[in-house]
Design a protein around this ligand. Structure first.
Ligand code: BGC
Length: 749
């Protein structure tokens, strides 16, 4: 276990290296001229919302407003300037790109670039300057409400993808807004929770995707999160926004608060917030008053305005009369959505049921409400008004409607998100109706199942289950799906299960009941076509899990340690405990903190996801990085270019890879690093390189992967800097964190 530093450590400290030089700095001379002509009022006008998704420019000086759009998986529909209602336009229908966890399951930085490019193209068609995305928080808890939006539990995979997403967007004339900076890893109490975290875990696990997108892709925008980190709201967090983001990483662009996430005037503007969204409570008149009262210098105001102007000058505004002329969703972007969807689907189990055998025109029973559910919207938070979304059932009909007899049964009543609280009477009534409906749907499903040759059970969560603003209570399949599938298996065991979920589910029942099992995510506009292509074998599945699937939720780190969920109920118990104990020992003190609903105590430190399971030697349902194909691969000849490496070297690894099966497929070799004799504690292993390799049957390739020794540093809490741990290392090449195929020892000196 990694040594944990004192809780309220001041998170200062600078890396010795020079920050990256942002291209945005080229505008500074021009900006001097602009700022010198501006009044204080004009400057402050730029530091808060003008409308719900707009911040002001300076019309008098020909500086256009900044126009934002959600993000991160499709351009949000056009809404009232100052409200959340859609305007009901026709041509604002966008492409729904597979959501974050689906993109991450491709393990393809190249596709992340295309994805960003596609998002930018549609943003420009709609006249938007900045996309509110990518969303790159680490998936800390399996139940996290926005797990489907985020990429991975692993910082390396998340970083590689967020860099390319950012480049794809910004190379195509739109700015990104990385969100949510930082440590927004839960939705319950997201607006009040204080994350207590040691600096090493913060630096090594939670910040890398943000850092990489800033340093390697020059991200122009960032969104401070709703929560607090070590006592400070993110939107007024000097350590996060000034010291780390700007001074260390060289971020030169603008930060915009999450919607309603600003909490102060003086601290916000001094500590690095550029724009208060979507209001002007703190950075409007109150800011002018603070300047006049001498609490905020005009230099600070100038600096914050400069940072916005840099982005404004780098992003060419789209004249109002050129925006919204064409339909937002275009074939080129739909094609990208299809490519991502195809490569995201993860095959977890296959007892020979897949690809589907269609020779004798089988009867295929498609059972499950998820077969017809739209995943572009639902629940709270940004949805995509899609031009179209091919559901799994439609995809199957498109691809094999003539080769099989497809019969559909809904099977269960899906969860539907509704606003507001319901009275006990109403809940009771709805409960009874649901029960009756369930009996009817189960009967129908069993009848259909009994007559079918093959059952495709299409279940999982939906956008009402996985939603912004709240976490799931558990990871069980909703709507009684486990019960239903058990009953189906009794009448016909020939079941292939497909889960369209964006986050982990408990698979104990479906795994046993199914001959084959796949995850096909919230997979965008073309999701159904991609799924059908995989099921029938037009494409070999090639997605890999971006997160661990635990045997049970309680095994996962934050749960196992009692750090999550935090709850009021327990607070009283622990308060009593502490009151009764004269000298409160640290563990009890920690436990108390973890039970305060507004304190999220990250005592698992760096042991997030597979780092926890591997280090603690705990069994998992399916490991991080796992995914089957329709072929087989052989790995051989793991070589490195040297045996010993200095701290500035790059470890070059080569491996021979052969497709030994009968169909073409992509393989995703993964390189993990295990420290043999380290000077500090480390997780059992960490992902440090990966690639995606297409191989035809019989084809071999020698692949090379690189790991700069610098990427193996740790955050030294004493020195407050990155340090080398020059030890012996075992390079582990595997097909997942749970299956290492080749190993080689090298030395760092
Ligand atoms: C979300 C952000 C989003 C913003 C604007 C907030 O509730 O947390 O991700 O960009 O709303 O829609």
């Amino acid at each position: 276990m990694i040594a944990f530093a004192a809780i309220a450590i001041p998170l200062t400290g600078f890396s010795a290296e020079k920050p990256h030089q942002s291209a945005l700095l080229q505008f500074d001379k021009q900006i001097d001229g602009i700022i010198s002509q501006m009044t204080l009022e004009e400057k402050v006008e730029m530091l808060h919302a003008k409308h719900m998704f707009v911040s002001a420019g300076i019309e008098r000086l020909g500086i256009a407003d900044m126009i934002f759009a959600d993000g991160p998986f499709g351009i949000r529909e056009e809404m009232q300037p100052d409200g959340w209602m859609g305007l009901g336009w026709e041509n604002d229908k966008a492409t729904f790109f597979p959501t974050g966890s689906a993109l991450a399951a491709t393990w393809s930085p190249e596709l992340a670039y295309q994805y960003g490019k596609g998002m930018a193209k549609e943003a420009r068609l709609r006249g938007k300057d900045m996309i509110l995305g990518p969303a790159i928080n680490i998936q800390r808890i399996p139940t996290g409400g926005r797990t489907y939006e985020y990429l991975s539990e692993d910082p390396f995979l998340s970083s590689k993808l967020s860099v390319q997403y950012t480049k794809g967007v910004q190379d195509n004339g739109v700015a990104v807004c990385l969100k949510h900076f930082a440590l927004n890893n839960q939705e319950n109490n997201r607006g009040t929770v204080n994350v207590i975290i040691g600096e090493r875990a913060m630096r090594e696990i939670y910040l890398p995707p943000f850092r990489a997108a800033v340093e390697e892709a020059d991200a122009y925008g960032i969104m401070p999160a709703y929560n607090k980190v070590n006592g400070w709201w993110c939107a007024e967090n000097d350590i996060l926004l000034n010291k780390i983001l700007r001074d260390e990483w060289g971020f030169a662009g603008m930060s915009i608060s999450d919607w309603g996430g600003t909490h102060s005037t003086v601290n916000s503007v001094k500590h690095g917030l550029n724009v208060e969204m979507p209001s002007k409570q703190y950075l409007g008149q109150a800011l002018i008053d603070s300047v006049k009262a001498g609490k905020v210098s005009e230099e600070i105001i100038n600096l914050r305005v400069r940072e916005i102007l840099r982005v404004r000058l780098a992003i060419k505004p789209i004249p109002a009369n050129e925006a919204n002329e064409e339909m937002t969703s275009q074939p080129a972007q739909q094609k990208i959505a299809y490519e991502v969807a195809c490569k995201s689907i993860v095959l977890l189990k296959n007892d020979g049921a897949l690809p589907l055998k269609l020779k004798n025109k089988p009867v295929i029973a498609v059972i499950g409400a998820n077969a017809t559910q739209i995943m572009g919207s639902g629940g709270l938070g940004a949805g995509v008004k899609t031009l179209y979304e091919v559901t799994p059932l439609e995809g199957l009909k498109n691809r094999i409607g003539d080769k099989a007899e497809i019969v559909y049964a809904q099977g269960y009543v899906p969860v539907v998100f509704t606003w507001g609280r319901k009275s006990p009477e109403q809940l009771d009534k709805e409960g009874r109706e649901k029960e009756l409906k369930t009996v009817e749907l189960t009967k129908e499903a069993l009848e259909v199942a009994a007559k079918a040759d093959i059952i495709l059970f299409i279940g999982g969560d939906n956008r009402s289950v996985e939603t912004e603003g709240s976490d799931r209570k558990d990871i069980f399949l909703p709507s009684g799906q486990d019960e239903l599938i058990k009953k189906i298996a009794e009448v016909n065991p020939n079941i292939v299960t497909i889960l369209t979920s964006g986050a982990p589910n408990d698979l104990n029942v479906v795994k046993t009941a199914s001959k084959a099992l796949l995850i096909s995510w919230f997979n965008g506009t073309e999701g159904g076509n991609a799924l059908a292509d995989v099921l029938v074998g037009n494409i070999s599945p090639s997605g890999r899990l971006p997160f661990t699937l635990p045997v049970k939720l309680e095994d996962s780190p934050a749960y196992a340690l009692g750090n999550y969920p935090q709850g009021k109920k327990n607070a009283d118990v622990f308060a009593k405990l502490v009151a009764e104990t004269e000298a409160v020992e640290k563990p009890k003190e920690d436990a108390l903190k973890s039970k305060d609903p507004n304190t999220a105590y990250y005592s698992e430190e760096s042991l997030v996801g597979y780092r926890w399971f591997d280090t603690k030697n705990l069994p998992v349902m399916y490991p991080f990085g796992y995914g089957l194909t329709y072929t087989t691969f052989e790995y051989a000849n793991l070589k490195t270019d040297k045996k010993k490496y200095g701290k500035n070297d790059v470890i070059t690894i080569s491996v021979e890879l052969k497709n030994t099966g009968k169909v073409a497929a992509d393989e995703v070799p993964q390189v993990y690093v295990h420290r043999i004799n380290p000077s500090v504690e480390w997780p059992e292993k960490e992902l440090k390189a990966f690639t995606r390799v297409p191989l035809n049957p019989g084809e071999s390739k020698t692949i090379t992967l690189e790991i700069p020794v610098k990427n193996l540093q740790y955050w030294n809490e004493k020195r407050k800097a990155w340090s080398d741990d020059l030890c012996n290392i075992e390079l582990q090449v595997g097909v997942s964190s749970g299956e290492i195929i080749l190993k080689k020892e090298i030395a760092l000196r």
